[in-house]
Design a protein around this ligand. Sequence first.
Ligand code: FES
Ligand SMILES: [Fe+2]
Length: 386
Amino acid sequence: MSESLDRATHHSLVRRVFDHLDAGTTDRAAGVMRNPVGIYTDPGRFETEMARILRRKTLLACLSGRLPRPGSYLAEDLAGVPVLLMRGEDGVARAFLNSCRHRGTRLLDGAGAVRRAFACPYHGWTYGVDGRLTGIPDPDSFDGADLADCTLAALPCTEAGGLIWIRLSGAAPADPAESLDGLAAEFAGYGLAGYHYYDSHRMTPAINWKMALDTFMEPYHFAVLHKQTVAPIFFSNLCLYDEFGASFREYLPRRSIEDMRGRPEAEWDAVWHSAIVYYLPPNAVFVMQQDHAEVWRIFPRDGRVDRTEVHLDLYIPEPAETEKARRHWDANLALAVRTVETEDFAAAESAYAGFASGLADEVVYGRNEPALQGLHRRMAALMTED
Ligand code: FES
Ligand SMILES: [Fe+2]
């Protein structure tokens, strides 16, 4: 039994699924919702999204386990911003612009760990893991420069409850509540601070970034698009939808949930028999998959309305120390990639071609796609709020 959700939540989620299965129904929105195709294709709207949402809002960067020890770092370009996340000797996770204070060169690539300090690959200026400049070759040639001013440019970064959050601009702190909102208590139950990073996969579909989010927002397509991949595991067109302020939960039951019929209700485990999809605005999807977590972070690529990059990071409850464990997690990651990259994103790319023709006018989100509607209501609010 997973202790992550409280007993009442386990019970109500399973009960609602059984009721839907008995009635042949799913959670439904009050009405059908339509969006103009321009929300996916309009360059002007896209510029506004970049400025008002992606460059301004608090974003999920990773779980704490991505930076397991002092000196651990993660370098990623996010929405056109080269970001360097690094854990200091003091244990504090910080975010910097990944750009040398001499003449701008990228300091570190990928992920890994440094010991106390690292050097710029261009002329060898060195920085401590707290971002402070610690040394330069031939300092006499920089006699006018105040090197105390040459600490790496900081980006707002906040670590709380096993999650690390950043902002890509400004001085205001990254505020997890902006994104997690009413889900903080539920997330605390998952004990994410104890999770370990396993592996990542990066995908680059030729679609608008919001279409990558759309992918996760309904199981209406499982029986058709995912006939060979996840349809044998999950019910198609059956989801539970619950709002938590800025975020929401979309509960996707596994077929195995039927095994709990006839079992004492005290044993009902809503986590083990599902994938629980959380939207963490503005651009992340967190999926609790029984005993592990998938973090999907979605960004526009190359500053283009029609290019997206998706970072999938897999986090696991125990370190994978055996070959058997690695095979297990590799298989999990491979199924997620195969389903989303080769099926969902292929379908989305074909849709984008229709949108880009300029001849399509709108898309329609059904009553059986309540999370999709919830996503786009929130996106509309993000476009206008301060
Ligand atoms: S650009 Fe980094 S040392 Fe010159
Ligand atoms: Fe899908």
